[in-house]
Design a binder for this molecule. Structure first.
Ligand code: HPA
Length: 278
């Protein structure tokens, strides 16, 4: 059932452009302005059959296909989340479409809460592993009838985040550290007790996206790079006077946008030309 839907979406996109993107980029909350440096066609999600519509603030809902910093890219300016009511399968449909368009590498960005020692608002952190209680509890995008045409049934998530790309990112921007991303469906922010649990499990970032996309990107054999922009510092005790809120997330994302753009300007041209071997 999914394959015909993917093909229909690809056909609708190909009717508007004959470019073959090699890199798929998803821009997280408030990070959309990065795509201002982009030269190509813009297709609203509503014009692509079966594409989920973006309803979250800070997410524009446009697919851009063209050149960004010298590479052929397909960019999701705005993503969809499970907290909007979408299933993990719906959330990850665009990844399957972007891979079918030719993308061999997925760069997934997000806004995240920082939970690690020494983290500051404005930091960019390369994701090296993740923890998702949601996928572990059954909200896995690969759940459902097996369709070998979609890829492997049992996908390994060891080294899901391409180690070579993390090293490359750190060679370009040595201030970028590595982190473990905890996925919580939201949309409520995590209570202090949950932050303590996630910290005890070794997580240093928390957000409401990315993990379902990573799982599907690995199923279809893409290289994956995940980058979190720390937009707020998480509160892990009820005595802390700070109240986590969406405004601080969007304000910080706006400030981080230009920093992310500078990083991408150096990172995109340096990305490998093909898919990874395993
Ligand atoms: N929690 C969950 N998602 C987020 C946060 C957070 O603190 N900050 C940005 N996205």
């Amino acid at each position: 059932m999914l394959i015909p839907d993917i093909n229909e979406a690809v056909d609708a996109i190909r009717a508007q452009t004959d470019r073959h993107p090699e890199i798929a980029i998803t821009l997280g909350s408030g990070l959309g302005p990065l795509a201002d440096a982009f030269d190509g066609v813009t297709i609203p999600y509503g014009q692509i059959p079966h594409f989920p519509l973006s309803t979250a603030p800070g997410h524009d809902g446009q697919l851009l296909i063209g050149r960004l910093f010298g590479r052929d890219c397909v960019v999701m300016r705005g993503r969809v989340h499970m907290y909007e009511g979408y299933s993990p399968q719906e959330v990850t449909f665009p990844i399957r479409v972007m891979q079918a368009l030719g993308a061999h590498t997925a760069m997934l960005t997000n806004a995240a809460g920082g939970m690690g020692a020494g983290q500051q608002v404005g930091d960019l952190v390369a994701i090296e592993d993740h923890l998702s209680l949601a996928t572990a509890a059954g909200f896995d995008p690969l759940r459902g009838p097996d369709d070998p045409a979609l890829g492997e049934r049992f996908v390994s998530l060891n080294k899901a985040y391409d180690p070579g790309l993390i090293t490359l990112a750190q060679s370009i921007a040595p201030q970028i550290r590595r982190g473990v991303y905890a996925h919580c469906v939201g949309p409520s922010f995590e209570p202090p007790a949950l932050i303590r649990l996630l910290q005890a499990a070794g997580c240093t970032l928390v957000g409401m996206s990315t993990v379902p996309e990573v799982i599907v990107a690995r199923q279809v054999g893409m290289r994956v790079f995940g980058l979190s922009a720390v937009t707020n510092i998480c509160v892990n005790t009820v005595t802390d006077s700070h109240i986590t809120n969406a405004a601080e997330v969007f304000d910080a994302a706006k400030i981080i946008g230009p920093k992310l753009a500078r990083f991408m300007e150096a990172f995109l041209p340096a990305l490998p030309k093909g898919a990874r071997d395993a």
